[in-house]
Design a protein around this ligand. Structure first.
Ligand code: 3PG
Length: 217
């Protein structure tokens, strides 16, 4: 079993692949492979497929098996059962909107690296105690945006974030300019209309724009 420190290093490596991790809600698993190929071609190879639709696990399986260069992750992980199902489907990392003691215990016993969500300084401190230095800040904009996250850089300098929730191409630079942000996450790269229409060139274009954003931390 990899230690929490090793798993956090894997998460950091994944966070450094590109300035944006696309967050995907997928309704039709047949869209998974061409969508992931477009995201990889556009320069955003770490992809989070959320467990919000019945097609999600099949989509993760297909991307893991068929899309070279993709680092496929699972999002909206709420339980030990979700972690196990994601690992069996071939996910390489997991993301949760927040944490519970049971989810953290399950993550300790699981090879899959977890990027857990936090929205308050107390949640960040709790996760530091459990060995996590790489966190998702969620929901980033409603919870306080780049001003709140920037205010944590001084008292909590050892923590690096992937803010997600309300991020767009327009406001991503405010977050990416912070010393405690490695990358951001967002669903704007894979909008439902483009997924539904099979507009892979359009998705690749959105990924390319996102990949051109500057990373600082
Ligand atoms: C997430 O799961 O991280 C968010 O739902 C993504 O938020 P967005 O749709 O505002 O990008």
């Amino acid at each position: 079993m990899n230690s929490i420190e090793q798993k956090q290093q894997q998460i950091e490596t994944t966070m450094r692949l590109a300035p944006v991790i696309p967050v995907v809600v997928i309704d039709d698993a047949r869209a998974a492979v061409p969508m992931a190929r477009a995201l990889v071609a556009g320069g955003t190879p770490a992809i989070e497929v959320t467990l919000r639709t019945p097609a999600a696990l099949e989509a993760i399986r297909a991307i893991a098996a068929e899309v070279e260069g993709a680092v496929i992750g699972v999002g909206t992980v709420l339980s030990a059962k979700d972690l196990l199902a994601a690992m069996q489907a071939g996910a390489r990392f997991a993301v949760s909107p927040g944490v519970s003691p049971r989810l953290l215990d399950a993550a300790d016993d699981c090879e899959l690296p977890l990027l857990p969500g936090a929205a308050t300084a107390s949640e960040v401190m709790h996760l530091l105690e459990r060995g996590y230095r790489h966190l998702k800040f969620f929901p980033a904009v409603p919870a306080g945006g780049h001003k709140l996250l920037g205010a944590w850089a001084s008292p909590l300098p050892q923590v690096r974030f992937c803010p997600t929730g309300g991020i767009s191409l327009a406001n991503a630079p405010d977050f990416l300019a912070l010393p405690n942000v490695i990358c951001v996450g967002g669903s704007w790269l894979t909008p439902a209309d483009k997924l539904g229409a099979g507009d892979w060139a359009g998705i690749e274009r959105l990924a390319r724009e996102a990949a051109a954003l500057r990373q600082r931390a």
